[in-house]
Design a protein around this ligand. Structure first.
Ligand code: 5GP
Length: 204
């Protein structure tokens, strides 16, 4: 999942995990590593793994990241260990990553599903960034500039959500996740065993 900062992605993600129809534990959030210092209220290990630059660079050298990128002067990356063990157990993993990271994931994991969240307008995006109060003026201007460079990337994604109304955007995100789970390639095993029990009952 990617979106320009301020598009409402964090709320959207939070709502997905508490939504009916998405069983608890069937999808987990991938906690990224970053060199960015924590914002007030952010919890280490829950929002991010906050690490220093030398540690991040060592992890790059060890190929510990599935993807990584520099965003807003800081480094961000998804550790392979954060993702692979869940996928092996059949649990979906949600990555909240920027457009550079999404390109890398699409390249290395063609089965990944990519979603871009757009704000309803640039004016609304700026209003949401200012409303946050966590960034100062120059930081908001920088984030707006980055947003303008990221938004054209929407065309490379599988799905686009326009986040005008949080509730509706939440329903749309859940629909994408559930729709993917019902595809034949994911349903094959359950459908086969159901079919063989039905066939067995019909021809005892
Ligand atoms: P923030 O500093 O506001 O939490 O995040 C800034 C940007 O970094 C967001 O667009 C977010 O999606 C992106 N980001 C967060 N974690 C990762 C990551 O692991 N990899 C990449 N490529 N981007 C990330």
């Amino acid at each position: 999942l990617s979106a320009p900062s301020g598009a409402g992605k964090t709320t959207l993600i939070k709502n997905l995990f508490s939504r009916e129809g998405i069983p608890r534990g069937s999808i987990v959030y991938s906690v990224s590593h970053t060199t960015r210092p924590p914002r007030p209220g952010e919890i280490a290990g829950k929002d991010y793994h906050f690490i220093d630059r030398p540690t991040f660079e060592r992890m790059i050298g060890e190929e510990a990241f599935l993807e990584w990128a520099q965003v807003h002067r800081n480094l961000y990356g998804t550790a392979r260990s954060e993702v692979m063990s869940h996928l092996d157990r059949g649990v979906d993993v949600l990555l909240d990553i920027d457009v550079q990271g999404a390109r890398q994931v699409r390249q290395h994991c063609p089965e990944a599903l990519s979603i871009f969240v757009l704000p309803p307008s640039l004016g609304e995006l700026e209003r949401r960034l200012r409303g946050r109060n966590s960034d100062d003026g120059p930081e908001i201007a920088r984030r707006m500039e980055v947003a303008l460079s990221e938004i054209p990337e929407w065309e490379r994604y599988d799905y686009v959500i326009i986040n005008e109304d949080a509730e509706r955007a939440g329903v749309e995100l859940a629909a994408i996740v559930l729709g993917r789970r019902l595809r034949v390639e994911r349903m094959r095993e359950s459908a086969r065993s159901l079919w063989s029990s039905l066939a067995g009952a019909h021809n005892p």
